[in-house]
Design a protein around this ligand. Structure first.
Ligand code: FE2
Length: 163
């Protein structure tokens, strides 16, 4: 065994495996969510086309960053990342959407729901990761929660109609 077989960073191997399983859940979810946002960007129709087409583009560009950051966090713990659609669909907490076109308001509502699902999931999982003593990943996922909270705020503002 060479010194590069593991990352010698003070985490038990079993704990590191549990942490990476959590990270893989979010890698899968970010990828499924990203494709959903692209679907909306491509297929949005109606009077709101201009605004939402651009807004969804902004969201999937920052979402691509989240995908990359989660994958690289897995590598920092010295594990390999899954890279198969089949695996992602198995692990995601976000539902894939096969529908091509729907009303703008339900696109926005779906994205709000999905962002809030990720936020609630992360909140629980960060607590577990803190128990393993992995401050680096806990901090990383805390930053990810903040990004999704910001996205959720913007989407929620769009979804709200004052009467
Ligand atoms: Fe585009």
């Amino acid at each position: 065994m060479t010194h590069t077989d593991h990352a010698h960073i003070g985490l038990e191997k079993k704990d590191a495996e549990s942490i990476v399983a959590i990270l893989h859940k979010y890698l899968a979810s970010e990828i499924v969510l990203n494709l959903k946002i692209r679907n909306y960007h491509w297929n949005i129709e109606g009077i709101v086309f201009n605004d939402l087409h651009a807004f969804f583009e902004k969201l999937y560009i920052s979402g691509s960053e989240y995908v990359d950051e989660v994958a690289e966090r897995i590598r920092m713990l010295w594990f390999h990342t899954h890279a198969s659609m089949k695996k992602y669909l198995e692990l995601t907490i976000i539902e894939e959407e096969e529908k091509i076109s729907k009303a703008a308001h339900s696109m926005v509502e779906t994205l709000l729901k999905d962002n809030e699902t990720i936020i609630r999931g992360l909140r629980k999982d960060i607590t577990e990761i803190e128990e393993y003593g992995d401050q680096g990943t806990a901090d990383f996922l805390t930053a990810l929660i903040q990004k999704h909270e910001k996205d959720a705020w913007m989407i929620r503002s769009l979804a709200r109609e004052k009467k």
